[in-house]
Design a protein around this ligand. Structure first.
Ligand code: ZN
Length: 154
């Protein structure tokens, strides 16, 4: 028995899977990072163009199951044009949500609400998390890079 809502969620996930947003590779990204989910075989590369404190462009290249690809596609859609602070907040909110914690989603997070349904399938949580943990790694390396830069000029 599936509820109509689940059916809608499934459709949104399949739509992202069949036409992933942000799949176009970036030339000279400022930062990129690869992630793997061995339990399912999903592989991902997240690349970012970072402007003055905003994510100017993003590419997400994902080979994997529908959930991992759809999650990466939603990520690309959700973070493009956002400030680094906002993106960090979105990423940690999604991570908490996927862990099953109660979180408030703002409207601009759009389709990400759909990922809440992944909770019902514990084996799929890692698939949905992959793009987000890869993104968080990117953001952390960016910050470390900045720190190194400041410390060398001092
Ligand atoms: Zn997967």
């Amino acid at each position: 028995m599936s509820e109509p809502l689940d059916e809608l969620y499934r459709e949104i996930i399949m739509d992202h899977y069949h036409s992933p947003r942000g799949a176009k590779k970036l030339d000279n990204p400022d930062i990129s990072n690869e992630g793997k989910n061995p339990s399912c075989g999903d592989e991902i590369e997240v690349a970012l163009k970072v402007g003055d404190k905003t994510i100017d462009d993003v590419s997400v290249a994902c080979k994997g199951c529908a959930i991992s690809v759809a999650s990466g596609s939603m990520l690309a859609e959700a973070i493009k044009g956002k400030s680094l602070e906002e993106v960090k907040k979105i990423a940690s909110t999604v991570r908490e949500m996927l862990k099953g914690n109660q979180v408030e989603l703002s409207e601009e997070m759009g389709d990400l609400e759909v990922l809440r349904s992944v909770n019902k399938f514990p084996v799929r949580v890692k698939c949905a998390l992959l793009s987000w943990t890869t993104l968080i790694d990117c953001l952390e390396s960016l910050e470390n890079e900045k720190k190194t830069k400041t410390s060398t000029t001092e």
